[in-house]
Write a protein of this length. Structure first.
Lengths: 256, 243
């Protein structure tokens, strides 16, 4: 069974006394060690530093790290929707066409924007043109509620949208109806309570759900715990195989 | 000795778990005792029904179960009387859920209930982690007003209030941080910036599984002394069983 972690971050561990979350080579090595120890084959890899400071160096860090671990890392870039339109379009095209990234990760509350700002129309337009998905942090008031993300998906049916946290501990019930209704809306099961993960699976089915941990730069238990939680779903083996890896591979066009 | 500081039993709209099933899970996973709370309808409206049910479970299994009472502060003096009754009968703490019960956690409406808890020298568990009513700094406001009361911050305020937790501890050292729902990255922060003297293991059963969450906490805090604090000592102290 192939295991793909659909929500990981690359960067120094700020809880381990690092001032900067910048992704050094050592951070990439640690990421690889943690993922391999957990039995994860591939990760959708996101920046940390690029979400809290300048996105472009964060994207470049990801490209460097992927060159170091090409089989493991599937990088997703980021942009700032408050940039001028031309700069958003240029950086998104650079990420996909030059750096070979697989999608975009945006974090509305960390990056400080609403999903309704004009720049997000540009992001949606480029995602559709480049045929890549976009994943959002969700589950947090006031810029990142589950419904704000779901309504971005509803407003942009041509864009594949991922709920990056399945609404976290409290807003997960809001992900269920959109996942059943919207063809372009997917859920990474990285944050709902265990009972919520089960209910999402029971109501949505296996095809739009993905394992994710938010791991890679935090304590290794971040990955192993979410993996154990996903494996603890009451679901047949073929459904778990989809959720643990096949759906993520299919989403980025790597399914065999 | 392992204490689960927060579990729900009963038949609720969202949470349903029989005491026998909880005991089975406790036995399977080496959990000696659990602190029981009523389910959501009873937290919101049917307080007496919930408290009576929890009392029945505690009396049936006094070595395994400790019970916390619920009282919705909107019931005013009736809530005060209900809490006095429940604590007098043998429940040993107050559970508040500001979102379900519909009040900002630091609103004056809840003061009379905290004063009952203070008189009975029992801890107060407060659901936290919800924007507005359940914001952790609202609990800090309450905890600073009643420094003699031990408060348990439900879920260590998961989801995204992790930024505020060190400040919560700085200004309200009478708050313990309960672990259910929360994640390894945040425990890393709590352990480092607040310390294991203030962490309390809880499952929020039936929301989570012991067999998934307990190994994670042990992996993160491998020192047996830390595990003893998180899984037992800190909650036993909150219950007044240890000094």
């Amino acid at each position: 069974m192939i295991i793909v972690d659909a929500h990981t971050h690359l960067g120094n561990d700020i809880y381990a006394g690092q001032w900067s979350a910048a992704a050094t080579d050592a951070a990439a090595d640690e990421y690889a060690r943690v993922m391999r120890a957990a039995g994860v084959d591939k990760g959708f890899t996101f920046t940390i530093a690029g979400l809290v400071s300048d996105p472009q160096p964060g994207n470049d860090e990801l490209a460097r790290a992927r060159a170091r671990y090409p089989d493991l890392m599937l990088p997703w870039g980021t942009v700032d929707p408050y940039w001028p339109e031309a700069k958003i379009r240029h950086e998104m095209r650079r990420c996909v066409q030059e750096l070979g990234f697989y999608g975009f990760k945006l974090h509305p509350w960390l990056q400080g924007f609403s999903l309704t700002v004009p720049g997000m129309e540009v992001v949606a337009d480029e995602c559709a043109a480049l045929n890549v998905p976009v994943l959002f942090h969700d589950g947090t008031a006031f810029y990142s509620t589950a419904l704000q993300v779901a309504y971005f998906a509803r407003a942009h049916p041509q864009v594949t949208v991922l709920s990056g946290h399945g609404g976290l501990a409290e807003l997960w019930p809001d992900t269920i109806a959109p996942a059943k209704e919207l063809a372009n809306y997917y859920i990474v099961l990285n944050g709902p309570v265990q009972q919520g993960m089960q209910q999402i699976y029971d109501e949505v089915g296996p095809d739009k759900l993905m394992f994710g941990s938010d791991g890679g730069s935090f304590h290794p238990a971040t990955v192993t715990w979410y993996l154990a939680r996903t494996q603890a779903l009451r679901a047949p083996a073929e459904d778990l195989e989809k959720i643990l890896g096949l759906n993520a591979l299919r989403l980025v066009g790597l399914a065999v | 000795m392992i204490i689960d500081a927060h579990a729900h039993v009963g038949q609720g709209r969202f949470k349903s778990l029989s005491p026998d099933e909880l005991l089975r899970q406790m036995d399977t996973n080496g959990v000696d005792r659990a602190v029981l709370c009523p389910v959501e309808e009873q937290i919101v409206a049917f307080n007496h029904e919930g408290n009576a049910y929890i009392l029945e479970q505690v009396r049936g299994h006094p070595a395994r179960f400790v019970g916390f009472a619920v009282a919705n502060p909107w019931f005013g003096q009736a809530a005060v009387r209900e809490l006095e009754w429940a604590l007098g009968e043998g429940l040993r703490g107050l559970k508040l859920h500001a979102v379900y019960q519909g009040f900002p956690m630091n609103n004056t409406i809840v003061y009379p209930l905290i004063e009952v808890a203070a008189r009975h020298k029992v801890p107060v568990y407060a659901h936290c982690g919800s924007a507005h009513f359940g914001e952790p700094l609202r609990l800090v406001e309450l905890a600073r007003r009643y420094p003699e009361v031990t408060f348990l911050m439900g879920h260590s305020s998961f989801s995204d209030f992790w930024n505020d937790l060190p400040r919560c501890h700085q200004f309200a050292p009478n708050i313990l941080f309960e672990t259910s729902r929360n994640t390894p990255g945040n425990f890393q922060q709590i352990g480092k910036e607040i310390g294991t003297d203030f962490m309390v293991f809880g499952s929020n059963a039936p929301e989570h599984y012991y067999h998934v969450d307990m190994p994670m906490l042990r992996a993160m805090f491998p020192d047996p002394a830390d595990q003893e604090k998180i899984f037992h000592r800190n909650m036993a102290r909150a219950l007044g069983e240890l000094t």
